[in-house]
Design a protein around this ligand. Sequence first.
Ligand code: AP5
Ligand code: MG
Ligand code: ZN
Length: 220
Amino acid sequence: MNIVLLGAPGSGKGTQAARLSHRYGIPHISTGDIFRHEIAQKTELGLKVEEYVKSGRLVPDELTVSIVSGRLTKPDCGQGFILDGFPRTVAQAESLDAYFTSAKRQLDKVVYLQMTESQAVERLSSRRQCEACGQIYNLKSQPPKEADKCDTDGGTLFQREDDKPETIRKRLVVYNELTEPLISYYRGAGLLLTVNGGQGVDSVSNEVYAALDGLEPRPA
Ligand code: AP5
Ligand code: MG
Ligand code: ZN
C-alpha cells in the first residue's frame, strides 16, 4: 500500500504516519525527519538544507526529489510506504507520478488532514519530540509520563527550532502558497481522502483505518 499524508504544519501527519506504519508494516518516510537527522549529524546534505529548514522555507525541489527517489528504492519499501511531508509542491507531485509510472506501482490514497490554522499553531507551540526515536508528544494533548523524557526509551524531548511563533507563521504561508494546490491536484486524480484532523488522535486514526483497511497490500 502506497500512501501520501497531506496537511498543514501541525495537522498530525507525523503522528498518524507512525501509527499507519505500525499497523500496515510499511516504512514511514518523513522528509522533515530525514532533513533534521542530516542537520544534526552535520552531513554535507545537512549543511545544504539547514537554512531552509530552520527558516521554514522549502528545500529546493531537485534536492528533495533526489533524496526521496533514493529512499524509495530501499528494500523496506517493497510492500509499500507512507510518505509524510512529500510531495509539497506540484513539481514534487509530478515527479512522484513519474516514479509510480516507471516503477509500475500506484499511489493508493492521499490522506488529507484538514484543520484550522489556529488549531495548528496551538499544537505546534506545545509539541515536543524524542531525540532518540522521533516519537512526537504534545505538552497539552499527548504529554509524556515524565517531564521531558520519552515514554518508550527515556530519550530527551526537544522542541523543534522551526516551532518558534514567527517560523510557524512562515511555514503556514509557504504551505498555503505551494502545498495547498495539491489538494485539488489529488482530488482531480480521484485519490483524495479528506479527514477531519481537528478531532482527537484516535478518532483521526479510526477514520483513516476505516478507509485504508480495505485496500490490498500491493507487491513491489
Ligand atoms: P516537516 O517536518 O514535514 O514539517 P511540517 O509539514 O511543517 O509538519 P509538522 O511536522 O510540523 O506537523 P505534522 O503534520 O507532522 O504534525 P505532528 O504529527 O507533529 O518539514 C519541516 C521542514 O523540512 C519544512 O519546513 C521544509 O523546510 C523541509 N521539508 C520537509 N519536506 C519537504 C519537502 N517535501 N520539500 C521541501 N522541503 C521540505 O503533530 C503536531 C503536534 O500536534 C504534536 O505535538 C502532536 O502530538 C499533536 N497532535 C497531533 N495530532 C493531534 C490530534 N489529533 N489532537 C491533538 N493533538 C495532536
Ligand atoms: Mg511532521
Ligand atoms: Zn523515544
